[in-house]
Ligand binder design. Structure first.
Ligand code: PBG
Length: 327
């Protein structure tokens, strides 16, 4: 044979060689932990469908935030669960609203060690559970909702949030929030646009986590799972409107979108491994059907390989611990 035979396995023989040729890496600083804080709670409350995840009290949130900082993860994403709700979600921008109170506490505690981020959306605060306010016919009113997001953005920025997670999927939300922040001098507060957020079944456990009041679905504002190009269009639009980071969500069923978005924009691209993805891996692992830890790693690495610079995952602190064990 004149041609040298292609020996593709040569770079796989030893652990040292495999390590040297590895293309993707996972490090704790690329992980962001979503956390829930519930108003009026006296003890942390476990979330049945998400083993290991709880609704925090203000105190337990602060303690867990310190632990996350000690695990050297990259950031926290805070969600608030209010005691009372109304049609316009007034708890969202109230200074004493649970999310704003929690943000102030967490930012003061760990704001120099990791990036304190907040979910900017109305669904936890509205009595109908939609991500925006409704018009007379009961439909989500895009532009009235933007006014609410602007107020919420200012409240969160004042509370010390460093990066606002715009997850409501209203048109023009990034531009509206950017302008509102700049007008009040919050020019250093960043925007993480949940640019390509798909309407689907993987948010089930999250709805338990925030006691969601939603009865219908979010298909008039979140993306159709069938549409990849539309997800890229959303991301490109958000960058044009001033997003500092864009996100694809959920992660695992949308790796193609993630890869396309990565190619289409030059800002950081993140992915959200959502509650249903976490719950599936956890449940199968608990049943002994898969190795839960290995599967979690494989999923996170796959999300990185597809193009995510960072990942929001409920396993952030666990994964950071496992990564340290491997060193
Ligand atoms: C909206 C929001 C949702 C999630 C994050 N932000 C719920 C939804 O769109 O229904 C879901 C996150 C998860 O499932 O882990 N505020």
């Amino acid at each position: 044979m004149s041609f040298p035979e292609r020996r593709l396995r040569r770079t796989r023989h030893s652990p040292a060689m495999r390590r040297l040729v590895r293309e993707s890496h996972l490090v704790p600083s690329q992980l962001v932990l979503p956390m829930f804080v519930r108003e009026g709670l006296s003890e942390p409350a476990p979330i049945g469908s998400m083993p290991g995840v709880v609704q925090h009290t203000l105190d337990s949130l602060r303690t867990a935030a310190v632990e996350a900082a000690e695990a050297r993860i990259g950031g926290l994403m805070l969600f608030g669960v209010p005691a009372t709700r109304d049609a316009c979600g007034s708890g969202a921008d109230a200074e004493d609203g649970i999310l704003n109170v929690a943000t102030r506490a967490v930012a003061a505690e760990v704001g120099d060690e990791l990036v304190v981020q907040t979910d900017l959306c109305l669904d936890e605060f509205t009595d109908h559970g939609h991500c925006g306010v409704l018009d007379a016919r009961g439909r989500v009113d895009n532009d009235q909702t933007l006014r609410r997001y602007e107020a919420m953005a200012l409240a969160q920025a004042r509370a010390g949030s460093q990066l606002l997670g715009l997850s409501g999927m209203m048109d023009g939300q990034t531009a509206a929030v950017r302008a509102a922040l700049d007008a009040e001098g919050f020019t250093d507060t960043g925007i993480l646009a949940y640019a390509a957020k798909y309407a689907g079944a993987f948010y089930g456990p999250f709805r338990e986590a925030v006691d969601s009041q939603l009865t219908g679905d979010r298909r008039t504002y979140q993306l159709d799972p069938a549409n990849g190009r539309e997800g890229v269009r959303e991301a490109v639009t958000d960058v044009a409107e001033g997003a500092d980071v864009v996100m694809v969500k959920p992660a695992l069923p949308y790796l193609d979108v993630l890869a396309e978005v990565r190619r289409a924009v030059d800002v950081p691209v993140w992915a959200y491994q959502v509650s249903g993805e976490y719950a599936m891996i956890h449940a199968a692992g608990a049943n002994g059907w898969i190795d839960g830890r290995a599967a979690m790693f494989e999923a996170l690495l796959g999300i990185r390989r597809a193009g995510a610079d960072a990942i929001l995952t409920y396993a952030a602190v666990d994964a950071a611990g496992w990564l340290r064990e491997q060193l």
